[in-house]
Design a protein around this ligand. Structure first.
Ligand SMILES: [Zn+2]
Length: 116
């Protein structure tokens, strides 16, 4: 099937960039290419290197997070309702940050830690 999908960030076609990573959900479907992932990662690394554990950059949620972020920014820029996308951004951000703080605090593996 010929593809005319484009990166939601840079608008390059899938044939130009080789491979697009899709958003996990369909409201609406978004794609990101490896070039944009690399740019996002370098921006985040630059921004956060003094504050956050950089282990979150190869985090499996990094792509859906930035995809949702892009969707939200797009909607904001176009005067559309971005609240659904913003909720996604929040939810991915919470998951990523929860993971990062767990890694920072000495690697406690068990999420349900019962104190007796
Ligand atoms: Zn791109």
């Amino acid at each position: 099937m010929p593809s005319n999908r484009r990166c939601t960030f840079c608008r390059q076609s899938e044939t130009a960039v080789g491979k697009l990573i899709s958003s996990p959900s369909d409201h609406p479907r978004a794609y990101i290419c490896y070039e944009c992932v690399a740019i996002c990662n370098s921006i985040i690394a630059e921004d956060a290197k003094d504050r956050l554990n950089l282990n979150f950059i190869p985090h499996p949620l990094a792509v859906p997070f930035f995809t949702a972020l892009q969707e939200w920014l797009y909607r904001e820029d176009h005067g559309e309702d971005g609240s659904a996308a913003l909720n996604e951004v929040r939810s991915f951000a919470r998951s990523i940050l929860r993971n990062a703080s767990r890694q920072n605090s000495g690697g406690g593996e068990s999420p349900c830690h019962t104190s007796r």
